[in-house]
Every structure is written in C-alpha cells, then in structure tokens.
Design a protein around this ligand. Structure first.
Ligand SMILES: Nc1ncnc2c1ncn2[C@@H]1O[C@H](COP(=O)(O)OP(=O)(O)OP(=O)(O)O)[C@@H](O)[C@H]1O
Ligand SMILES: O=P(O)(O)OC[C@H]1O[C@H](OP(=O)(O)OP(=O)(O)O)[C@H](O)[C@@H]1O
Ligand SMILES: [Mg+2]
Length: 282
C-alpha cells in the first residue's frame, strides 16, 4: 500500500483534501482521524503537520507527501527526498520584510537580526548570498517581532501582503523562494502505486486548467479557426448535415476561453459552446 502524508491543518489542508477527493481517493470525515485506509485504491493517508511531512518522507517512513515547497526546503532533507509534482495551489512567496522605510536592500541586514519560522530556508539564503546576519527562531506571528524588539527584520510567507500591511511593514530585496503545494517522494524511488497517483493528480490539474470548446464554422474558414484552437494535440473535425459547415471540438486554456470565443465569433464561427472537463487522462 502506498503511504501518503497529507496536511492535517493549516493553509494547505482544505485544498489537499479537495484535490485528493477529485482524484478519486477517500478522505477522512472527522478532523480527529489520524490515519485513513483507502483499500479500493490501495493507499493509506496519514494526517500530519505540514511542517513535519518532509521529515517523514525524507526519513523513509512514508512514501510520498503533500506539503509546501517552502516547508520542504526548510526541512533540509534534499538528500533523501525530492519534489515530484507541483500542484498549483497554496501559492506564496518567501521574502524579507521590515517596518516601512527601514531597509531597501538585503545587504543592509549585515550584522542585524532576522526573525523567521523557516530557519533552514533563511540560513541557506544567508549562506548563498554571503550575508552575515543572526537568525532568530520564532514559531509564528513573526510580524510582531520587530515592534517587540527581538529582531530588525523578518523573513516570512507572503500571500496577499495583508498581514504585513496591517503590521506597518513592507517587503524589500529579491524574493527568496516562490512556493506552492507540491508532492514530494523519496529521492530516486518509484514505489508501487505512485504512477497512478501522479497520473490522477495530473488529470485533475489539466481538468482545472482546460475547458472543452465546440463550434460550427464554414469549411473555407476551418484552417484559420483551427489556428485559434489548436488544442492539446489535434482538434476533432466532424461533418455537418449542411456540407459547407463543419463542427470543431478542441481543448482551450480556461484563462483564454473568453478571448478565444471572441476571436472565433469575429471569424464567423457560431454555436460556440464552452464546457468544463470533469476528468481527463492524457
Ligand atoms: N496565506 C498563507 N498563509 C500561510 N501559509 C500559506 C499561505 N498561502 C500559502 N501558504 C503555504 O502553506 C504552508 C504553511 O502552512 P501553515 O500556515 O498551515 O503552516 P505553519 O505556518 O507552519 O503552521 P501554523 O500556521 O498552523 O502554525 C506553506 O507552504 C505556505 O507557503
Ligand atoms: O500575505 P498574507 O495573505 O497576509 O498571508 C501571509 C501570512 O499568513 C501566514 O500566517 P499564518 O496564518 O500561517 O500564521 P503564522 O504566522 O502564525 O504561521 C504567514 O506566516 C503570514 O503571516
Ligand atoms: Mg502559518
């Protein structure tokens, strides 16, 4: 049985549950359940703190895990665990921040104190940039640390920036890491069942990002229409009763779908229909 670690709480837990349900797996009903066996799919889910998941996978206890890229890098288990798939949700940027106007460049932090819950990530960054600053470890709410006198700046997760603004702080310097939810696995290993999990998750991601478009177009405009909707591989062209017309079916990116509909309409296509894709295997 494939043993999968899933966040039990926090920013990633609800989206993790949704993507696994969409991929056809069972998920726990009660947030107090720690383990859930899904015998039909031959997998076992372990609900753990997102911060600990990289440790469990890195040390070989569990096969794969869903966590944040920032948490994975912070755990410093890159010798034994690796990122195997990016999942497109839980996006954030890990970066430096300080009270408005205090610093404009990371180099100004030499000899200063930086508070963070991500010591590993920050220490790696300081080493890579040759910056000599002191890391102050805090468990969370690091935005309060400068005002309360334990640090001069912070390194933290920024999503909307609302938390920083409310604390009278601003980001400065280059972003340290772009993060999102990822699947991690043991380095170089492909345990039984992993390929199916990845194929299913990829199917959900594609179904979320793409829609199906159908339309009718006159035969003489077909080449131009197909150039607007080339699809993932090759669009389906079907004959219509009116022989001067054909029906076209193709996949388009959800984010482009309105522009594509406008372009097709201008070209002369009619009966343009966009529908969601429920599931897909490529
Ligand atoms: N707005 C957000 N706030 C916090 N984390 C976010 C946000 N958006 C995405 N994430 C990601 O979620 C993960 C952190 O999850 P979470 O906040 O649950 O953990 P934590 O901060 O270690 O725990 P807790 O907040 O329960 O003490 C990271 O990968 C982080 O990048
Ligand atoms: O840019 P924003 O959209 O405001 O989101 C970023 C905030 O969210 C996280 O806090 P969390 O709620 O996890 O609390 P914590 O700091 O105690 O971990 C993170 O540590 C930031 O404080
Ligand atoms: Mg948090």
């Amino acid at each position: 049985m494939l043993r999968i670690a899933v966040p039990n709480k926090g920013a990633l837990s609800e989206s993790a549950r949704e993507i696994l349900l969409e991929a056809g797996y069972r998920q726990r009903r009660d947030s107090r359940e720690l383990v859930l066996v899904d015998p039909e799919n031959e997998v076992e889910f372990f609900y753990l703190r997102p911060r600990d998941i990289a440790v469990y996978v890195g040390q070989g206890t569990l096969d794969v895990g869903l966590t944040g890229r920032d948490l994975f890098r912070d755990a410093q288990v890159r010798d034994t665990a690796e990122e195997i798939m990016a999942l497109g949700f839980g996006r954030s940027v890990f970066r430096l921040a300080a009270p408005v106007g205090a610093f404009s460049d990371a180099s100004q932090l030499a000899g200063r104190r930086i508070a963070t819950s991500y010591d590993g990530l920050l220490t790696d960054y300081l080493q890579q940039t040759g910056l000599d600053a002191t890391v102050v470890h805090l468990d969370g709410a690091v935005e309060s640390s400068v005002k309360l006198g334990v640090a001069d700046a912070i390194a933290d997760v920024v999503e909307t920036g609302n938390t920083l603004r409310a604390a009278g702080m601003e980001v400065f310097g280059e972003p340290i890491l772009d993060s999102e939810a990822i699947m991690i696995g043991r380095a170089g290993e492909r345990p039984a069942g992993l390929d199916v999990l990845l194929r299913r998750l990829n199917g959900v991601l594609v179904a979320r990002r793409w829609v199906m478009i159908d339309y009718d177009i006159s035969r003489d405009l077909l080449e131009r229409a197909v150039a607007v909707t080339p699809g993932l591989e090759s669009p389906t062209i079907s004959p219509l009763r009116d022989e001067s017309q054909v029906a076209v079916r193709s996949m388009v990116r959800k984010s482009d779908s309105n522009r594509v509909m406008d372009d097709l309409y201008d070209l002369g296509a009619r009966g343009i229909l966009v529908s969601a894709i429920h599931a897909i295997r490529l």
